[in-house]
Design a protein around this ligand. Structure first.
Ligand code: HEC
Length: 161
């Protein structure tokens, strides 16, 4: 084999190893980024959108399809509410009154409990609706409704008008 060809071959091999090394290095570098950063709080506008366009919209769809006994559609709406729970925990508002006034709402036990309850009852509702077990679904639906109200009573600031 002519030297030229051998040289080219080694050069190519060298590049291949260098490239492989870079890929491996990158893969290593990416690892720490995978570690879950604590989720950023939502801005007021983002949270209002979450409540108005995601949660309330899904809640309305749940009620409409529940009435029509459209199990799968009602369950899908409940899935949206359950999935929104993680984002509700990123609320950046404060406690409005009482001994914890001005502390972060999302760090209060009752706030977190209501988020958990909303998620749990929405998941249960979805399960019952998919099976067409409308008696159990009605009980879960009522509990979702109570959670919205309970949390708003304490944490929703009065509307400025
Ligand atoms: C864990 C607490 C919590 C739960 C549970 C909750 N919300 Fe809310 N929601 C809030 C807070 C806090 C606000 C006020 C946000 C603001 O004005 O900054 C709010 C505001 C709203 C608003 C008004 C949004 C706006 O544009 O001002 C709607 C509509 C709403 N929620 C719907 C719902 C529905 C429907 C449910 C139940 C399926 C629900 N929420 C469950 C905390 C909650």
């Amino acid at each position: 084999m002519p030297y030229r060809k051998i040289a080219v071959l080694f050069l190519a091999l060298g590049f291949a190893f260098a490239a492989a090394g870079m890929v491996a290095g990158q893969a290593k570098d990416e690892k720490p980024a995978e570690k879950k950063e604590p989720e950023k709080p939502l801005t007021k506008a983002e949270f209002d959108d979450l409540m108005e366009k995601e949660v309330k919209d899904a809640w309305n769809k749940l009620k409409i399809n529940d009435k029509k006994k459209m199990g799968e559609k009602a369950a899908e709406a409940a899935d949206v509410i359950a999935a929104a729970a993680a984002k509700v925990l990123r609320y950046d508002g404060k406690v409005l009154k009482g001994e914890n006034k001005d502390k972060l709402a999302r760090e209060q036990k009752d706030f977190k409990d209501w988020v958990d309850a909303m998620k749990k009852h929405a998941e249960e509702y979805a399960k019952h609706a998919r099976k067409g077990d409308w008696t159990k679904a009605a009980a879960s639906r009522e509990k979702i409704n109570e959670t919205c109200g309970a949390c708003h009573d304490v944490y929703e600031p009065p509307k400025e008008k």
